[in-house]
Design a protein around this ligand. Structure first.
Ligand code: GDP
Length: 286
């Protein structure tokens, strides 16, 4: 665990050599403020900070940790509870389906993931199944060509399920297939129905929910709706290069108890990284 990266974060602790209730109260108040500013769900903020407070005073510190490290460890663990420290994706034949709200960055992320797996030696292709946003087809086709990965789409075709079915046949020689789907609103029946049908046909190994880092308090509810419909395996946070701290996305992950897999931090196809828990938390609290 990268305790070092978090040392600056909880600054008050740094000056103290012992833990007492007064210090813990102060630290917890700071964390509470930071989390609310970062758009973490208000109910979750209370759960997280209550747990930190309780554990900071009652947990027996590990012999190897000084009091400061003891609290930092607890803060780290409580913030990532249910979310974990990332998602390991073995480089084996698989299908990935991306879902999310419109504009969250699904199409861009489809291309980024394709590049990620191609760079790791996998024969990769993408399927353009966002038939609701007409520009998505050309956007993904162009990106796929520029990266040098396979592409399947049918311009003008409205039936996304049909496209996916056909695409999987056409691309059966590929190891990794990434499917871009339509994004609108998680709570719209029509989108949910289409998503469920694509899921049945595609039988994806991974279903990733793409969330804009700037998504606010609504994130948990949206994530729950997607999760109830198809079962989400991982979260990808986009636009982390902006000012948003991603607290809404963290809340979404906690709500459905699913790991954050990747972080997108720019418009270029290279701007994708595996989730770095310590870096993420430093930014959340900083
Ligand atoms: P979709 O509707 O979910 O398919 O969204 P798009 O992939 O078309 O992305 C919407 C906009 O967000 C585009 O202008 C993208 O270039 C931009 N975008 C996507 N990911 C990122 C990111 O990580 N950082 C930044 N700055 N922009 C992004």
């Amino acid at each position: 665990m990268a305790l070092d990266a978090l040392k600056d974060v909880v600054r008050k602790i740094a000056r103290s050599s012992s833990i007492d209730k007064h210090l813990v109260d102060e630290v917890v108040k700071d964390i509470q403020r930071a989390l609310i500013r970062a758009d973490v769900n208000v109910k979750q903020v209370k759960e997280i900070t209550d747990a930190i407070k309780k554990r900071a005073l009652s947990d027996e510190p590990l012999k190897s940790l000084n009091p400061r490290e003891h609290i930092i460890k607890i803060v780290y663990e409580e913030l990532l509870k249910g979310v974990g420290e990332g998602l390991e994706i073995p480089l084996e034949k698989a299908r990935i389906m991306l879902v999310g709200l419109q504009g969250s960055g699904k199409t861009t992320t489809t291309a980024k993931l394709a590049k990620y797996f191609k760079d790791r030696g996998m024969k990769t292709a993408v399927i353009a199944a966002d038939t609701w946003r007409p520009a998505a087809y050309d956007q993904l086709k162009q990106l796929a060509e520029s990266i040098g990965v396979g592409f399947y789409g049918e311009k003008g075709e409205k039936d996304a399920v049909k496209i996916v079915k056909k695409g999987l046949e056409e691309l059966k020689d590929y190891d990794m297939i990434i499917i871009d789907t339509a994004g609108r609103h998680a709570l719209e029946d029509e989108l949910i129905k289409e998503m469920v049908e694509i899921e049945k046909v595609a039988k994806p190994d991974y279903k990733f929910l793409v969330l804009d880092a700037a998504i606010g308090q609504l994130a948990s509810k949206q994530a729950q709706a997607f999760h109830d419909a198809i079962g989400i395996d991982g979260i990808i946070i986009t636009k982390f290069d902006g000012t948003a701290k991603g607290g809404g996305a963290l809340s979404a992950a906690r709500q459905i108890q699913i790991p954050i897999a990747f972080i997108g931090s720019g418009e270029r196809v290279d701007d994708l990284d595996r989730f770095d828990p310590a870096g993420f938390i430093s930014r959340l609290l900083g």
